[in-house]
Design a protein around this ligand. Structure first.
Ligand SMILES: [Zn+2]
Length: 619
């Protein structure tokens, strides 16, 4: 077919595959079979290839991450696995968390913490990036990495002998292999996955263990006695769906942390306090897969209740949560107290990755706009302000909300957050739009294009916007022919009093309510224009009820951080009269209680300067 680019081909293939999934059929390349699911969610994601990010910070982060891992040498990534297998292991050590455990007088970082822990995440990030771009170099690298890893894997997976956190690293490797299969159609990945999974069982306990349970069991290494068995089911359910092999589904059920986590959450008991933050938010995605795969309403309740508790009792104004990677007891002012106690306020790439996943699952099931609101809060105030992973593996890890705070690099190379960042940046594509039986949901406002085929023709939407620095979003409709469908546009809950939505210059009057998806059903024509104009008043959000005079200045989805070497104080009404600085990219100017002029700046635009996330209110 002349003129058919790789990208177009992929898009068509993905659209066909999407239609096939919807009909319950099996796409040709996955001839090994698919596992059935109990619930078809009302919304589904588009294929990665159907969404294109246009110039903006999300596209930049995606491209930076794709390039970083595409150009990281295979030999370095595979070295630890080859060393344990007794194979020739050329290439430099990765350094940091990634190397084999070994005491080193020269190393001051966390050297050899969890060897090879993030290999699967880099493989997953590359596989999702391939699904977006169709880059042949990326596909070839994925094939080489899977093959190289397979050569080191023996039937007993002896790599995990005396390994500190077998479930932790297995889960990430599992994700990488199922993604290499699903998105890069790697011919070996599912066989390698099954061999690894059958072997890993010998290294796992009989069920998911809470940290309390793990502490009570004797362990020879008392410094790290936890493992994250409770995060395993999500990827095991996905492995079942993608392979059709029931043993994966049975193993997923075995590791659902029901007794100490999902059962109480499903009954509305807040058992988050003192748990490890990221991994327990990540576990909500396991509950969602239990709902989707098994139809378990209890697990849906656990995830919706748990997420609600996260937002209401554990979250900062930025959407970040879990200071010192831990949840606190509600009602005791722990978030406010943490501002004086720690600079490790939010584990940013991992936390944002987990947050995007759970909000996407909850959106797919409930169609509730509040999950989109929550996703964009985390997007603009946390991850888009993260510095890019450096060539040597030095990474951004914690956002610092202390009074005062600063952006810093994490001390160790290749930490967990270097694994989730490339996965999340690829997931920006599937988080921006969602598909319904009767139309399309616009969830994030960002320069982008979505295009799909539905059998009758080819359709698309193109967004142009400088949001959140501007309050206007333009959506251009394209179509090979006229088509009746519903366009759903998220109206954020803060967009009061009067959000304006219009089609071809004519205002849509009904159903434009903050906190909902506004629905426009009509016969769309090529060239139709949709315009959204959101009110973005300034508001104050206190850190918690125990600290009523410690507040963040918020505009729309953006927290405005006070740039200063010490925490400024403001009169409430003066702060709410802050003025946008003309010609700047998102800076505001506010007058403090002592009369000095303070710059208020979004996290995305902060570099080395000191800031206060929360300021003091004098009146
Ligand atoms: Zn992390």
């Amino acid at each position: 077919m002349p003129g058919l680019t790789r990208r177009t081909f992929l898009q068509n293939a993905a659209a066909t595959a999407g239609a096939a999934y919807a009909a319950g059929a099996i796409p040709g390349w996955a001839s090994a079979g698919r596992g059935t699911v109990a619930v078809n969610t009302p919304l589904s994601t588009f294929a990665y290839s159907e969404v294109e990010l246009l110039d903006g910070p999300m596209k930049r982060q995606f491209e930076e991450n794709h390039a970083r891992f595409l150009h990281l040498e295979d030999d370095r990534l595979l070295k630890v696995f080859r060393q344990v297998a007794g194979l020739s292991a050329p290439g430099e050590d990765m350094g940091g968390w990634y190397d084999l455990n070994g005491f080193s007088l020269e190393r001051t970082d966390f050297h050899g913490f969890i060897a090879g822990h993030s290999f699967g995440q880099y493989l997953s990030g590359l596989s999702r990036a391939y699904a977006v771009t169709g880059s042949e170099d990326t596909r070839a690298k994925i094939n080489r990495l899977v093959k190289g890893y397979a050569e080191t894997l023996d039937p007993k997976a002896k790599f995990f002998d005396d390994y500190r956190l077998p479930a932790y690293t297995y889960d990430k490797t599992s994700c990488g292999l199922i993604d290499a299969h699903e998105f890069a159609h790697d011919p070996m990945a599912m066989d390698v996955h099954e061999k690894l999974t059958r072997a890993i069982v010998a290294y796992l306990p009989e069920k998911a263990l809470s940290r309390q349970e793990q502490r009570s069991r004797a362990h020879k290494d008392t410094s790290y006695t936890w493992d994250e068995t409770y995060t395993l089911p999500e990827n095991l359910f996905l492995a079942y769906q993608r392979s059709g092999k029931p043993f994966y589904r049975d193993m997923a059920k075995q590791f659902l942390e029901d007794d100490t986590y999902f059962n109480p959450l499903s009954e509305g008991n807040n058992v988050l306090p003192f748990e490890h933050a990221y991994s327990h938010v990540n576990a909500f995605s396991s509950a969602m897969q239990a709902y989707i795969t098994l139809g378990s309403e209890k697990h849906l309740r656990a995830a919706t209740n748990g997420f609600d508790m996260l937002v209401k009792t554990q979250s900062f104004a930025t959407g970040g949560w879990g200071p010192d990677e831990s949840f606190g007891e509600p009602g005791r002012g722990q978030l406010g107290d943490s501002l004086a106690q720690t600079h490790a306020s939010f584990e940013t790439p991992c936390g944002a990755y987990g947050h995007f996943k759970i909000t996407r699952y909850l959106l797919r099931v409930t169609k509730d706009a509040k999950y989109g609101d929550s996703m964009e809060r985390v997007l603009y105030n946390t991850i888009l302000g993260a510095w890019p992973i450096q060539p040597d593996g030095i990474s951004f890890y914690y956002s610092d909300y202390a009074t005062t705070g600063k952006k810093v690099w994490y001390r160790d190379k290749w930490p967990c957050c270097s694994g989730t960042f490339p996965q999340l940046a690829a997931d920006y594509h599937i988080s921006t739009y969602l598909r319904a039986a009767d139309g399309v949901y616009v969830n994030l406002f960002t320069p982008s294009r979505v295009q799909w085929n539905d059998g009758s023709g080819r359709f698309g939407l193109k967004q142009e916007t400088s949001y959140p620095f501007d309050n206007k979003v333009q959506i251009q409709v394209s179509g090979s022919q006229e088509k009746e469908y519903t366009l759903y546009v998220r109206i954020p809950s803060w967009a009061k009093p009067d959000p304006v939505l219009s089609v071809n210059g004519k205002r849509v009057s009904d159903s434009v309510q903050p906190g909902t998806f506004a629905a426009i059903r009509r016969t769309w024509k090529d060239g139709d224009r949709v315009e959204l104009e959101l009110p973005m008043p300034l508001r104050l959000e206190v850190v918690d009820a125990n600290h009523p005079n410690v507040a963040a200045l918020v505009q729309g989805p953006l927290v405005l951080f006070a740039v200063a070497d010490s925490q400024p104080s403001f009169d409430r009404s003066t702060l709410l009269q802050a003025k946008r600085v003309n010609g700047s990219k998102g800076d505001w100017q506010a007058t403090s209680a002592d009369g000095s002029s303070i710059t208020m700046r979004p996290f995305m635009n902060i570099d080395k300067e000191s800031y206060s996330t929360y300021v003091a209110l004098k009146s």
